[in-house]
Design a protein around this ligand. Structure first.
Ligand SMILES: NC(=O)c1ccc[n+]([C@@H]2O[C@H](COP(=O)([O-])OP(=O)(O)OC[C@H]3O[C@@H](n4cnc5c(N)ncnc54)[C@H](OP(=O)(O)O)[C@@H]3O)[C@@H](O)[C@H]2O)c1
Length: 217
């Protein structure tokens, strides 16, 4: 399956792209500039030359043609960017990994968009696509360090059960990551917002935290 990552040239998108390609997916890193995407792929693959990962750099439009698409732009451009490609995204699973955060002094604070979450805003912008929310709590740097397995739970929300199941399938291709069905996009707001808490923990405890839910089989 081919996965296109719109806005994939940032730390989060390229980290996810490398990790997904390392577990066998064909991945396209998208950018507003295909030249920039190609450069980012060149740099990202440099240490992994011999591995034959299927990772390429393309325009965002090309990335939107993939079978499954991840939105990895900054939060305030997710809905407008998705809307610009709405025809290409029709009927597809579109995974939104954005967090809406603002820096206030030493802290990051959660922002609440009109529908409560970025993922719900994106779903409203592309009603004929199947939007899910995932990957908010995985630190970009660790995503890109594929020599180590990541630990943690990836909380997944979507309005359709199939979208949740397909997103969890992608999550669980990556060793040691567990995808959890957290319900509809109505629950995306607290998941996205909780990232502000993790960033605060990272700052205070000088670490890179992620989420693990206890009490589940
Ligand atoms: N950083 C993390 O640890 C982390 C972890 C989990 C989730 N997230 C979320 O994942 C998303 C990406 O994070 P990031 O740190 O990689 O972000 P980023 O570096 O700020 O942005 C990612 C890419 O988005 C594109 N972009 C920037 N402004 C844009 C605009 N106005 N319209 C369209 N595209 C634009 C840029 O690519 P081009 O210039 O090449 O087009 C940029 O390289 C964010 O929403 C973030 O909240 C981040």
């Amino acid at each position: 399956m081919k996965i296109g990552i719109i806005g994939g040239t940032g730390p989060a998108g390229k980290g996810l792209a490398l990790r997904l390609s390392s577990v066998g997916y064909e991945v396209e890193i998208g950018s507003r500039s295909s030249g920039r995407a190609a450069e980012v792929v060149e740099d990202t693959l440099e240490p992994w030359r011999d591995c034959n990962y299927k990772l390429s750099g393309v325009s965002n439009e090309e990335a939107a043609r993939a079978g499954t698409v991840v939105l990895a732009t900054p939060w305030d451009s997710c809905a407008p960017t998705a809307k610009a490609f709405r025809e290409l995204l029709k009927g597809k699973l579109v995974i939104c990994m954005a967090n809406a955060l603002a820096r206030v002094g030493n802290e990051f604070h959660a922002l609440y968009p009109p529908r409560g979450s970025i993922a719900a805003d994106v779903q409203a912008a592309i009603p004929l696509s199947r939007v899910s929310m995932a990957f908010q709590h995985l630190p970009a740097k660790e995503l890109g360090e594929i020599e180590h397995n990541m630990e943690g739970d990836v909380l997944v929300c979507a309005d359709e059960q199939d979208s949740i199941a397909e997103t969890i399938e992608i999550v669980e291709k990556m060793p040691n990551l567990r995808g959890l069905d957290c319900g509809s996009l109505a629950n995306a707001a607290p998941v996205e917002a909780f990232t502000a808490v993790l960033l605060q923990l990272n700052r205070l405890y000088k670490t890179r935290s992620s989420v693990r839910i206890t009490g589940l089989e």
